[in-house]
Design a protein around this ligand. Structure first.
Ligand SMILES: [Zn+2]
Length: 81
């Protein structure tokens, strides 16, 4: 059972709010926010509703993406303080 059942957003809609995605065949690619990415290695699979990064191995659904991004922002904020 998923913890955040109430957030049923499409993965593509969610991630494209944060990243510039380029369409390649069926899937979309963008720069991964979870590691120092120089070439777009984060793939979004709309048909499976997941993302996967070929650089750092991050993988999950839209909820996981938001969660990971939020904790990342929190860490950056703490480093600034
Ligand atoms: Zn990555």
């Amino acid at each position: 059972m998923r913890a955040y059942q109430f957030m049923e957003y499409n993965i593509l809609v969610t991630i494209s709010e944060y990243l510039n995605l380029t369409k390649r065949k069926k899937n979309y690619f963008g720069l991964c926010p979870f590691h120092h990415d120089k070439t777009p290695s984060l793939a979004v699979y709309p048909d499976r509703d997941i993302f996967h990064c070929f650089g750092c191995g991050a993988e999950g659904d839209s909820n996981y993406f938001i969660e990971k991004l939020c904790s990342l922002a929190w860490i950056r904020l703490r480093h600034k303080a």
